[in-house]
Design a protein. Structure first.
Ligand code: GLN
Length: 478
């Protein structure tokens, strides 16, 4: 057997060799090896669980005591938190060994990881392509096998879309399933943490450790402890049976999914979808049909409105959350200033990048007197209608499937001059976040021609709290 220390050393060597990808913002071999040594002690004492000694990387949006927590921003370039985020704490408690902090779009605002103050991250499949974002560092690290799994956060697609672009598996749980305590806030009513890993089975194990209510996050939900591996390898109609589940191994035969109704939102397969993505999805859907599932066309008529609604609400919440970065309490502070107003202005001018400033301006605008009713309140109303669309959809099916992104990963630099163009690429992930539903991405093929090394993700959308079933469905494909 391999010891936790040997495993950590293996991944640290790989991380160093892949330095050019810029997936990691900080590695600290000393801290990693100390944690691995601890894990080996637990193993020797017979206290090991399924995650003990397994390496994990954390998106730099999660605060950590032993590592810097920058959120990809100059504002927090030197920031070290006095406490660990609940996500970090829970995985450490499960015995996982942190190997580093991963790159991300500044304050998780972006879809390509090009908005990081610390430089872009490359897609390991094709170095000319973006890895997606905002959790691009985590996704690239898992895809390049620099770590076994990583944490991500998803406000409007930031776990699902980078997972899709890098050919790995990621799940954004139901809003409130995982604690936001210690996750640097972007848009609090949308932010949700989740795992990025090489398989649905691994995501299930990680979610076992991550999920749970937390008195330190008032929006975390009271919930029964759940074993997210309990349906893995089971047929759709079989009751969960943990003793028969095969959580980590591949099942020999694909389970029977007879009785499973898969809803295909027709708006997700309309003209905006690239032919190469459509064709990979169709092949995957045929596999599900061959397993016994039925495909049903459904409709989510408000899909297009999700872009303006999300960018109004997320920016509004961001402008409020980011007001804490004032140069006084923590983080960057301008060196020279005349008075308090000047301190705020200089600190924020220096500390925030262009995309973050854009969101703060939009957010302050839509919340301002005279525009609040026209934009913010209106967007809140449509948000509710979007959630209702999904409930009508789920009356006809058990789960929905569709693309994660209209295209495969685009080229580095391709959308950096055109923020609106970048926003439009979020069309298939935003409404799930607005509704607070769980969504996941699993790899289902590659693009074509010049893109034949760029992965395609299949999105699985479940109803509230149906993560165990989504993981079952994903696992059946893998
Ligand atoms: N791309 C979206 C945005 O820029 C979503 C990002 C996220 O989920 N954090 O806001």
């Amino acid at each position: 057997a391999v010891s936790a220390v040997e495993l950590a050393q293996h991944f640290l060597t790989r991380i160093e060799a892949a330095n050019a990808l810029n997936a990691f913002l900080e590695v600290n071999p000393e801290a990693t090896l100390a944690a691995a040594t601890q894990a080996d002690v637990s193993i020797a004492r017979g206290h090991a669980g399924p995650l003990t000694g397994i390496p994990i990387a954390h998106k730099d949006v999660f605060v950590t005591r032993d590592w810097k927590s920058t959120a990809g921003s100059n504002m927090l370039a030197q920031y070290v938190s006095p406490f660990d985020a609940t996500v970090v704490e829970r995985l450490a408690h499960a015995g996982m060994v942190c190997v580093g902090k991963t790159n991300m779009d500044e304050f998780a605002m972006g879809s390509s990881t090009e908005n990081s103050f610390f430089g872009l991250t490359q897609n390991p499949w094709d170095l000319a392509a973006v890895p997606g974002g905002s959790s691009g560092g985590s996704a690239a690290a898992v895809a390049a096998r620099l770590v076994s799994a990583a944490t991500g956060s998803d406000t409007g697609g930031s776990i699902r879309q980078p997972a899709a672009f890098t050919g790995v598996t990621g799940i954004k749980p139901t809003y409130g399933r995982v604690s936001r305590y210690g996750m640097i806030a972007f848009a609090s009513s949308l932010d949700q943490a989740g795992p990025i890993a090489v398989s649905a089975a691994d995501c299930a194990l990680l979610l076992n450790a991550l999920a749970g209510s937390d008195p330190r996050d008032s929006t975390s939900l009271a919930q029964e402890t759940e074993d997210f591996t309990r349906y893995l390898g089971q047929s759709w109609n079989t009751q969960a049976n943990p003793s028969q589940a095969t959580p980590t191994g591949q099942t020999q035969e694909r389970p029977n999914l007879k009785g499973l109704r898969i809803g295909l939102p027709k708006e997700y397969f309309s003209a905006g979808l690239a032919a190469e993505v459509r064709s990979a999805l169709e092949t995957a859907l045929k596999v599900y049909e061959s397993l016994g599932a039925t495909l049903i066309e459904i409709s989510l008529p408000k899909t297009e409105l999700s872009i303006p609604v999300y960018y109004v609400l997320a920016s509004a919440e961001a402008s409020s959350n980011l007001s804490r970065f004032d140069g006084v309490r923590y983080g960057h502070r301008a060196a020279h200033y005349r008075d308090l107003a000047d301190l705020y202005q200089k600190t924020r001018t220096e500390g925030f990048g262009a995309e973050v400033k854009r969101r703060i301006l939009v957010g302050a605008y839509v919340l301002s007197h005279g525009y609040y009713d026209a934009y913010y309140v209106q967007a809140q109303k449509i948000r509710r209608l979007i959630a209702q669309d999904f409930q009508q959809g789920f009356a006809q099916c058990d789960v929905m499937m569709g693309p994660v992104s209209p295209t495969v990963a685009w080229n580095l630099g391709e959308k950096t001059d055109d923020p609106l163009h970048m926003y439009l690429a979020d069309i298939y992930t935003l409404s799930i976040s607005l509704a607070g539903l769980p969504g996941m991405s699993i790899p289902c093929g590659f693009g074509q021609n010049a893109h034949d090394s760029r992965p395609v993700g299949l999105q699985i959308i479940g109803n509230y709290f149906s993560e165990a079933r989504m993981l079952q469905i994903a696992h059946a494909f893998q």
